[in-house]
Design a protein around this ligand. Structure first.
Ligand code: NAD
Ligand code: SER
Length: 315
């Protein structure tokens, strides 16, 4: 049996913390090396190895991969949609160069598997709004979306040309209670829970009827691990898979929160993120992922909200 040694890049971020902890449960603490540019997240502290690493420094990354005998890489470092619009050059440079560095090293060192997430942000105003399919018109309007779409084709290229087993999901907006989101347009759906508990009121930066595809973090972690553990012959999409579990608007989630905190109120003050949200689909057709490797979510809006309120107060 192959002894896996996994490197998670961007492990202190919203997804990285939970994914690292989940991978450590499966592969053993010592076999999952967490790395990030910023300091180790408190939740990772004492649970396994951590290295400080800048993914833009290819030499440093290459040395770590060889020194640690890495067999799989999860690349999570990126600049997300809202922050990306404030500094498009930096977003393009990090989102592209990090992926090319990882793919090149994976090719050279014959890394067994690479994971790199794409996003619903690949879709643009000309994509279908409802049940947006796996293959469709894709004309993103954010630098983040452009970088994700280009990245998908780099993944496909490295797989087709050099056999690098790189796998990818187009995550929707992710909602979590363990780690904070890092500058996306869907971040309101996490902030709203904190404000509901602390202030009983929330001023939302999107309009009340802005529907977006969303997913609870346990489902995102489950999808990621199931995709990575699926036999290679089941992975027919080598760009990135659509995955979905729920779609809701700020008004919908506010109503669900009111079932737990009746006095909670919401106001709306849309900012530049409204235009980004308007450009994305409202719901996603993920039937290809369901058929190819059996994707199935566990959480809808009701179950997720109940679980957030069960866990958040203890944080
Ligand atoms: P995040 O911003 O919370 O975390 C990213 C991490 O990368 C941070 O800890 C940051 O310090 C680290 N990082 C940044 N530059 C680095 C560098 N040069 N070297 C090493 N580390 C660096 O992001 P996230 O929400 O955890 O997203 C992870 C991935 O998932 C990204 O590719 C993102 O585009 C994708 N994604 C996220 C969502 C979501 O809702 N969170 C949705 C779709 C796709
Ligand atoms: N949640 C992410 C964002 O809003 C989607 O990729 O940027």
């Amino acid at each position: 049996m192959i002894r896996e040694k996994i490197l998670v890049i961007g492990a202190s971020g919203q997804i990285g913390v939970e994914l690292t902890l989940a991978l450590r449960k499966i592969y053993g603490n010592a076999n999952v090396v967490a790395s990030d540019l910023r300091e180790e997240n408190d939740l990772l502290h004492g649970t396994g190895p951590y290295v400080s690493l800048d993914v833009m420094n290819k030499e440093m990354l290459h040395v770590q991969v060889i020194r640690q005998n890495i067999t799989q890489i999860y690349l999570l470092a990126a600049i997300l949609s809202a922050t990306g619009e404030k500094n498009p050059n930096l977003a393009w440079s990090l989102n592209m160069q990090s992926l090319l560095n990882v793919l090149d090293i994976a090719k050279e060192e014959q890394i067994r598997k690479v994971y790199w997430p794409s996003s619903i942000a690949v879709f643009g105003p000309t994509s279908p709004k409802q049940n947006c399919p796996q293959q469709t018109v894709i004309e993103p309007i954010t630098v983040y979306g452009i970088s994700k779409y280009a990245g998908e084709f780099w993944c496909n290229y490295y797989f087709q040309r050099w056999g690098v087993d790189v796998r990818s999901l187009r995550y929707p907006g992710l909602i979590s209670y363990k780690s904070a989101p890092g500058g996306g347009t869907t971040d309101y759906a996490v902030e709203i829970f904190h404000e509901a508990l602390e202030e009983k009121t929330y001023e939302c930066f999107l309009e009340k009827d802005t529907y977006l595809p969303m997913m609870y973090m346990p489902d995102a972690i489950k999808a990621t691990i199931e995709l990575m553990e699926a036999p290679a012959e089941k992975i027919r999409i080598r760009t990135s898979y659509n995955v979905a579990s729920m779609s809701f608007s700020p008004a919908d989630i506010a109503k669900e929160i009111q079932k737990h905190i009746p006095e909670f109120s919401i106001t709306y003050k849309p900012d530049y993120r409204q235009q980004i949200a308007n450009s994305w689909p409202q719901s996603i057709d993920d039937s290809v992922a369901r058929n190819d490797w059996g994707w199935q979510e566990d959480y809808d809006l009701q179950r997720m909200t109940a679980d957030m309120f069960k866990n958040l107060p203890h944080k």
